[in-house]
Ligand binder design. Structure first.
Ligand SMILES: CC(C)(COP(=O)(O)OP(=O)(O)OC[C@H]1O[C@@H](n2cnc3c(N)ncnc32)[C@H](O)[C@@H]1OP(=O)(O)O)[C@@H](O)C(=O)NCCC(=O)NCCS
Length: 179
């Protein structure tokens, strides 16, 4: 499947809300650790995306999404949360990398991250950080894309089994400022 990747502004994200809600519901139903516990209600997912739209309006978030070529079904998304402190304007956090189960294992997450890094560079955000559930398949993706392991924080969040679980921290320096 070929995908077309695009960056959404607030108005476009609002128009795509039903798709964005569907994508998050699918991820949580698939067992993903993305900040919510299953079962996730549609109105909670809706509220989450409303917050993302506000961040887009505030100019401190980037939202990239992926559509299968020629179709309007949104099958992937990833965000860049731009640090706003005066001493951190070169930094951003990669978050909520989501690929719908219908489109997994076709390289879409890798494509989304590559495109996000291009956008990060364009915005002067050369220090990227992220965290992911320890042991998750996403760790292979991040390691394969040059993200460096920082370490683990035990008991960081509650996993889908109701037990505390560790998160793994990663970073990637895109170049330029490395001090
Ligand atoms: C993690 C996720 C984003 C991967 O998306 P994807 O489009 O299927 O990933 P890709 O096809 O780009 O895979 C890239 C690499 O990641 C690794 N990978 C991805 N899914 C994997 C899986 N199920 N098992 C093992 N390795 C996997 C592999 O190294 C893969 O490279 P390869 O196909 O050459 O072996 C997707 O499974 C997802 O949305 N999961 C739910 C949400 C989530 O957990 N997001 C991460 C939050 S930090």
């Amino acid at each position: 499947m070929a995908f077309s990747l695009t960056s959404l502004g607030a108005a476009e994200a609002r128009a795509a809300l039903p798709h964005l809600v569907g994508l998050l519901l699918d991820a949580v139903a698939s067992g993903a650790a993305v900040g919510f516990l299953p079962p996730l209600a549609a109105d909670e997912a809706h509220k989450y995306w409303q917050g993302v739209i506000e961040a887009l309006e505030g100019g401190h978030r980037v939202l990239l999404v992926a559509y299968p070529a020629g179709e309007a079904i949104l099958l992937g998304a990833v965000q860049l949360d731009l640090a706003t402190r005066p001493n951190a304007l070169h930094r951003a956090e990669v978050s909520k990398l989501l690929v719908h189960r219908l489109a997994r294992r076709q390289g879409l997450a890798r494509q989304l991250l590559q495109a996000l890094e291009v956008e990060a560079r364009r915005l002067g955000r050369t220090t990227l950080v992220l965290d992911t559930r320890h042991g998750d398949v996403a760790e292979r993706l991040y390691l394969g894309m040059g993200y460096q392991l920082v370490g683990l924080i035990p008991a960081y969040f509650i996993n889908n089994d109701g037990q505390p679980h560790a998160t793994t921290l990663y970073y990637k320096l895109l170049g330029a400022v490395e001090t």
